[in-house]
Write a protein that binds this ligand. Structure first.
Ligand code: URA
Length: 210
């Protein structure tokens, strides 16, 4: 497992506003969208491409285009949905799958309640979206499912990661072709499984249910 913390002033600026408890839902949604686009730029550094001839108004030259099989983008419902547009904006050829997972707030265990994606992901590059890598239970389960279906490499795009979640992924997914791209690595989890300092409940803040 590889961890990539994106170190950029625009990322830090947007993340700081997301963290602020005074940021309202519409602003939170817009900033999440913008932040994901910046993270997607880094997360897609190894996206597969192929050469293509391009005729400019002046000459013929060689360019590249995103190649097949198409990348698959998988938001984890519900909060990952807030990251979907920011990701697909940069990956226009991507197919989108969905994974509904919920964590039990007492045991912090993740369970799957909905899956909508191809059974066979052989040779596919997959980008899985979940704003908060907290205990890591949800992402470990999601990535395992994608690898079991044959995904060649999996990149988890998260807004924030906790050291506990990163450690679990490193332990459970050692030796697998998995990368985590995050805007920041925070201090720790609190006793309720929330990231500290974090930004609170990402789903509630995205959808105004706080
Ligand atoms: N999920 C969230 O939305 N926030 C956290 O801090 C941890 C998990």
């Amino acid at each position: 497992m590889r961890l990539h913390v994106v170190d950029h002033p625009l990322v830090a600026h947007k993340l700081s506003t997301l963290r602020d408890e005074r940021t309202d839902s519409p602003t939170f949604r817009r900033l999440t969208d913008e932040l994901v686009t910046l993270l997607a730029y880094e997360a897609t550094r190894d996206v597969r491409t192929e050469p293509v001839d391009i005729t400019t108004p002046v000459a013929v030259t060689e360019g590249i285009r995103l190649s097949y099989p198409r990348p698959l983008v998988v938001p984890i419902l519900r909060a990952g949905l807030g990251m979907l547009d920011g990701m697909t904006r940069l990956l226009p050829t991507a197919e989108v799958g969905f994974l509904g997972m919920v964590r039990n707030e007492e045991t912090l265990e993740a369970s799957t309640y909905a899956t909508r994606m191809p059974d066979d992901l052989s040779g596919r590059q997959v980008y899985v979206l979940d704003p908060m890598l907290a205990t890591g239970g949800t992402l470990v389960a999601a990535v395992r499912m994608l690898l079991e279906r044959g995904a060649t490499d999996v990149t988890a795009v998260v807004l924030l990661a906790a050291p506990e979640g990163v450690a679990l992924m490193e332990k459970e997914l050692a030796g697998t072709p998995v990368t985590v791209v995050t805007a920041a690595l925070d201090q720790r989890l609190n006793e309720h499984g929330y990231i500290v300092p974090g930004l609170g409940d990402a789903g509630d803040r995205l959808y105004g249910t706080a």
